[in-house]
Design a protein around this ligand. Structure first.
Ligand code: HH2
Length: 297
């Protein structure tokens, strides 16, 4: 495969790469030549930082419009919390939560709509309704998910997670976290390509906080360029997460903005093309500075 290193990020020989990453789906494409922000919209009662705020579809749609105005390039709708210890939700309940919102957003927004799900039935329902991206923390490993995503015309975000949400933070263990995450994501991307999903529809995510200690998260952040070597654009989701809380001593997730901006900025400096964030306006502003500085570099 050609060496796919984004402009401004040093490739293996030390010179800046020229690859212009992009994400495609049936009806569209998102150029990733500038870092993009994916705005988080959780229509759940129990998400770790915004649970309960957007359960009402009207409020959710309003919030999505506000995030687009603030500069979000993608809106990610989630109907099941994946925080450590979260209770599982049936496919039917998840569809009931996300589908009315997705239907409206697809009609009303000019930006692609993503759905944070791993269940085949939900993937079928939301892609039929016009969602452009499936963001799957299970990396399409749940029964029927790979087939459902391949049959739809959507882009895919494949995320690494050790274990499953309820127990993943109990005692995460790796011999070499960077190598293991890269190997896992490469094998899942290969599985997608084998199933007929074109490589330009694939985004990779190391899954910060998903079966990882603080040290694992920091190693993955520092070594993000190794993930870029796989030849796919990378997304990073560190917004308000407990790692930020541990590093800063800030207990309330909503008060972790400064730490989240530092993490998002570092991730983009190290090559991430998309940042998943709750605080869209501030993140867009931070990334504009990082992008300009990286181009100069
Ligand atoms: N993090 C969360 C959820 N989905 N998807 C990707 N690709 N990457 C992430 O880092 C990621 C994700 C957790 O954040 P949030 O959605 O705010 O919380 P909850 O899972 O409690 O709804």
């Amino acid at each position: 495969m050609e060496e796919r290193v984004p402009p401004g990020v040093a490739n293996k020989t030390g010179s800046p790469g020229t690859w212009a990453p992009r994400l495609e789906w049936g009806q569209g494409l998102l150029e990733l030549d500038v870092p993009r922000v994916m705005g988080v919209l959780n229509v759940t009662p129990d998400s770790f930082s915004d649970g309960g705020r957007y359960l009402d579809p009207g409020h959710a749609v309003e919030r999505a419009h506000a995030m687009v105005e603030e500069g979000a390039a993608i809106i990610d709708v989630g109907g099941e919390s994946t925080r450590p210890g979260a209770q599982a939700v049936s496919a039917g309940d998840e569809i009931d939560r996300v589908l009315p919102v997705v239907k409206r957003l697809v009609k009303e927004l000019k930006v692609p709509v993503s759905v944070d799900t791993g269940k085949a039935a939900v993937i079928n329902a939301v892609t039929d309704a016009g969602a452009s991206l499936v963001n799957d923390v299970y990396a399409l490993r749940l029964p029927g998910a790979l087939e459902a995503a391949a049959a739809a015309d959507c882009a895919i975000c494949l995320m690494h997670m050790q274990g499953e949400p309820r127990t993943m933070q109990t005692s995460p263990h790796y011999e070499n976290v960077v190598e293991e995450v890269c190997e896992f994501l490469e094998s899942r991307a290969d599985a997608c390509v084998d199933a007929g999903i074109p490589p330009d529809r694939i985004l990779l995510d190391p899954g910060f906080g998903f079966g990882k200690s603080l040290e694992h998260n920091l190693l993955l952040l520092r070594h993000l360029p190794e993930l870029l070597d796989l030849g796919y654009p990378v997304m990073a989701g560190l917004s308000r997460k407990s790692s930020i809380g541990r590093l800063t001593g800030v207990k309330n997730p909503k008060e972790r903005l400064a730490g989240s901006l530092a993490a998002a900025s570092l991730a983009v400096w190290l090559g991430a093309s998309v940042v998943r964030a709750h605080d869209v306006a501030a993140t867009v502003q931070a990334l504009a500075v990082i992008h300009a500085a990286r181009r100069e570099a």
